[in-house]
Design a protein around this ligand. Structure first.
Ligand SMILES: [Zn+2]
Length: 495
């Protein structure tokens, strides 16, 4: 049986990949696309943030089931805001130790729902070996001792030196967990300037090494983080050079098989992204200042706990082009007021909240347009999901076509994705998604004037390309959750 290799390039933009493929500037991707199936529009999760999307890819579920709601979110059980390290300033404020613990342990072992299985868990339970190279989501049964590099140990006041993480039979997490390096150690970019091994070149080198040494597991995911940084800085449409660098690393890994043809005879090779990005305008008007808009409410700070005596009213959790506003008390009074404030601003493309069991309301900012939907009813979307609705479908740019079919355009799979963001864990909340070109400004969230940003429900943040080579595949309306059954199916397992 063929092995499976999945390369995940953070913020891979379908238009840019399409362009460099046609220009001939990504020979490995071009080879794989030519000998495989090329999808130019695979729909990601909402919010379109890496922890959410990668959890969806590795479990085949949306956040209502895998329970990782965002990059920054409010944990109602713990009455605290969870932040996986959105900005350097918040890392320093929260403390590097806590951020690392969140990323290494809590994200996988506590936040990711124990009830849903990861691909690693499913496959290893049936005797297959699996591997993870630098991918966020790595939950499986093997235990690893974390080796903390000196500078990081210093930053975490030596509290992480005993840390243990769980992962598949082959686990690589930068310099913290890795196989013994082969050849010259200096060719693996490490240290503080190379994000302690969490970079493309390190990922690519470890992948090539496993293949060369005959240690390639049956299934492995290799994550390339650099394109996200590049895209944030220069804008998504200028990411050609960083995607070409990823292509080069994939080419080196494929070279280890002797020839690329041989690589495909022995493997299924998949190249895809977690989410994409949108260009943000330059100028203050492109930043939607949530701190100012909601300044009349007592806001929970990033590092404090909400308890009765401090009387906090809301928690603002910015996720770039999307934000959660959690309502911590007097819900019936504060929630409608918050919605009212946000609905006045035309830069908020959607303002959504849960009205009651299985009833969700969506407003369009700057207009009087409203929509109410529920997931039982006579209408069907292209995925076979059922819906009913009242109000104006243009709030999510949808329309009803013949035979009670609902079709979404600018906001793909909008009902499922909005609902899954509103049903991910407990806690009363309002969700806002920004119009094209805008992003949210709030303490704790990064901003990217004239660069790239993501998080929203909109098509450009939400669409990634995918190349599947080495096995036949047909998907009419692909979404990132389809990777899960696709890979299990290849190994003869069902969901
Ligand atoms: Zn990003």
């Amino acid at each position: 049986m063929k092995k499976v290799i999945v390369f995940v390039i953070d913020s891979l933009h379908p238009v840019v990949l399409g362009r460099i493929l046609s220009e001939g500037n990504a020979p490995a991707f071009r080879f794989l696309a030519k000998h495989g199936t090329y999808f130019d529009s695979v729909i990601s999760s909402f919010p379109t943030m890496t922890p959410v999307a990668t959890s969806s890819m590795i479990t085949g579920t949306w956040p209502d089931r895998h329970r990782v709601p965002g990059f920054i979110w409010y944990n109602e059980e713990k009455r605290k805001i969870v932040d996986y390290g959105a900005t350097l300033r918040s890392v320093l404020k929260i403390g590097p130790e806590k951020v690392l613990r969140n990323l290494l342990n809590k994200l996988n072992e506590e936040h990711l729902a124990p009830k849903v299985s990861t691909l690693y868990e499913k496959l290893e339970a049936r005797g297959f070996t699996t591997g993870n190279i630098n991918f966020f989501m790595h939950r499986a049964t093997h235990s690893y001792r974390v080796k903390v590099p000196f500078l990081l140990a210093l930053a975490t006041r030596f509290r992480l030196t005993q840390a243990e993480v769980f992962g598949p039979s082959h686990l690589n997490l930068g310099q913290l967990v890795h196989p013994p390096f082969s050849g010259r150690v200096n060719t693996y970019p490490r240290g503080v300037l190379n994000r302690f091994g969490f970079n493309d070149s390190f990922s690519g080198k470890v992948a090539a090494q496993l293949i060369r040494e005959g240690k390639q597991p049956d299934f492995m995911v290799i994550y390339f983080p650099d394109n996200d940084k590049y895209s944030h800085q220069y804008g998504p449409l200028r990411t050609g050079p960083s995607i070409e660098r990823a292509d080069h690393l994939v080419a080196s890994a494929l070279d280890e098989f002797g020839s690329w043809e041989k690589a495909l005879e022995e493997n299924v090779i998949i190249v895809t992204g977690d989410h994409s990005q949108t260009t943000v305008g330059l100028g203050k008007e492109y930043l939607i200042d949530l701190d100012r808009a909601l300044k009349s409410y007592k806001r929970l700070e990033l590092i404090e706990e909400a308890s009765g005596d401090i009387n906090k009213e809301i928690a603002i959790c910015p996720n770039e082009r999307m934000a959660f506003i959690y309502i911590l008390q007097r819900k019936n009074e504060i929630l409608p007021d918050v919605v009212g404030i946000l609905a006045r601003d035309p830069r908020n493309a959607q303002i959504a909240w849960k009205v009651s069991e299985n009833r969700y309301s969506v407003f369009q900012g700057g207009t009087e347009k409203q929509l109410l939907f529920s997931c039982v009813g006579p209408y069907q979307d292209v995925y076979g999901q059922s819906w009913s609705f009242e109000g104006d479908l243009s709030v999510v740019d949808a329309q009803v076509t013949g035979e009670q079919k609902i079709e979404f355009a600018k906001y793909p799979d909008a009902f499922t994705r909005l609902r899954s963001a509103l049903e991910s864990r407990n806690g009363s909340r309002v969700v806002v998604s920004a119009a094209s070109g805008y992003e949210y400004l709030a303490v704790g969230g990064p901003i990217h004037p004239s660069g790239g940003s993501h998080g929203s429900l909109e098509e450009e943040d939400s669409t990634v390309p995918m190349i599947v080579a080495g096995m036949p595949i047909r998907l009419d309306y692909p979404r990132i959750i389809d990777l899960f059954p696709m890979i299990l199916g290849h190994f003869g397992l069902s969901k």
